[in-house]
Design a protein around this ligand. Structure first.
Ligand SMILES: [Zn+2]
Ligand SMILES: [Zn+2]
Length: 376
């Protein structure tokens, strides 16, 4: 248990992975809604996990398909990604923002999970030479911002670092990146590669202001810095695969897009709470969602353990909404409803999903409520 909840990041993603695997094995052969117009998986929002803190507060986490083209969960999944990375991002006293773009002539080659991973690993090794203790939040954007149908993979990195990268070093990185691309793809490039880099720090903002004849206090510079950091975090976690493209979706299926490099400091919950509160005013991501996404109970700060079973998503009707698919569940439940087997699913495929899961849920809850140990 402690292995699961001991680490902020590992805790939540591990469970999410577990839930997904279960879903993939058991349920996903039901036809995909995406066939009819680019929605996500048809299990999106249909199931939930139940979690409980050591003091007995209970929560529901609705399971989303997290497909970027899914209209059902896109915004909520985005907010969850922000919430998950926020405590890490806010430990950065200054940061570098990199964008490594794949040149046009190589984009066909990079419709391939293995090759994308290989390139990402190369960049990690390369940047480690400059920052041996590198800590970074790393994510691909798949499509061009201007044209959501043009495949335009570029890797975004927020790198925790404490100094500005000298120009010569950046030029070396660009040259090496170009050579690596040529080596991996076997394609020669006769122009420069596109690498964007910018360094942000509170001191940097102060200097910039001074050049424009303005004076910033330390607090103002800090505030501005945090705003920019927040904005970048929101930007890199956004969905770019908005228009469903079956061929590419199949090729990138199960690719792990959001990754964390290095070990960020593990924060006590009071710190996470404080940081989340500071940012709450700027976003739809509430402090409570940040707490839950990082495995802490927003009521008491205790660690949350997510129970093994899957529950129907409609269980959330009985809860109080926290935000982004999280609910507080005031009734105590001990068991887990039996979800239909694959065979049963085949038989009832022509029934409407939600009605069906609602029916199972009510039947099960009724029995649960008869039990004596159900209330505090
Ligand atoms: Zn979805
Ligand atoms: Zn609690």
């Amino acid at each position: 248990m402690s292995a699961i909840v001991g680490n902020l990041k590992v805790g939540s993603s591990y469970l999410e992975e577990q839930a997904k695997t279960y879903i993939n094995d058991e349920i996903v052969d039901v036809e995909r809604i995406s066939k009819s117009g680019g929605w996500g998986e048809n299990y999106c929002g249909q199931y939930a996990k139940v979690g409980r803190c050591e003091n007995g507060h209970q929560y529901i986490k609705v399971i989303f398909c997290n497909k970027e083209w899914c209209k059902n969960c896109r915004e909520q999944a985005h907010n969850r990604r922000i919430a998950r990375w926020l405590p890490k991002a806010l430990t950065m006293q200054s940061f570098g923002y990199f964008i490594f773009t794949i040149p046009l002539e190589m984009r066909e080659f990079y419709k391939d999970k293995k090759q994308l991973s290989r390139l990402r690993s190369y960049l990690r090794r390369r940047l480690k030479q400059i920052y041996p203790d590198i800590k970074a939040l790393v994510r691909w954007h798949w499509f061009s911002e201007k044209n959501p149908c043009l495949y335009h993979p570029h890797l975004n990195l927020l790198v925790s670092c404490f100094e500005k990268l000298p120009k010569e070093k950046l030029e070396r990185i660009k040259e090496d990146y170009k050579r690596a691309l040529e080596r991996f793809t076997g394609i020669k490039l006769n122009k420069k590669v596109d690498v964007y880099y910018h360094y942000y720090s509170p001191e940097g903002f102060k200097k910039e202001a001074k050049q424009k004849g303005r004076e910033l206090t330390d607090e103002q510079a800090q505030e501005l810095y945090q705003k920019v950091l927040w904005h970048k975090l929101r930007y890199i976690t956004r969905a770019t695969f908005i228009v469903y493209n079956r061929e590419l979706a199949e090729k990138l299926k199960n690719y792990r897009n959001s990754v964390v490099w290095g070990r960020f400091p593990e924060l006590p919950y009071e710190e996470v709470e404080k940081m989340a509160k500071q940012r709450e005013v700027f976003s739809k991501v509430s402090q409570d969602v940040v707490m839950l996404e990082n495995g802490y109970c927003p009521i008491c700060g205790g660690k949350i353990r997510w129970l093994k079973g899957l529950y129907p998503g409609s269980l959330s009707f009985y809860g109080k909404e926290v935000g982004n698919g999280y609910f507080e569940l005031p009734i105590k439940i001990r068991g887990s409803p039996r979800l239909p087997s694959k065979k049963q699913l085949d038989e009832i495929r022509h029934y409407r999903w939600l009605l069906k899961s609602q029916y199972w849920l009510e039947e099960w809850l009724e029995k649960e409520l008869e039990r004596k140990d159900i209330y505090d």
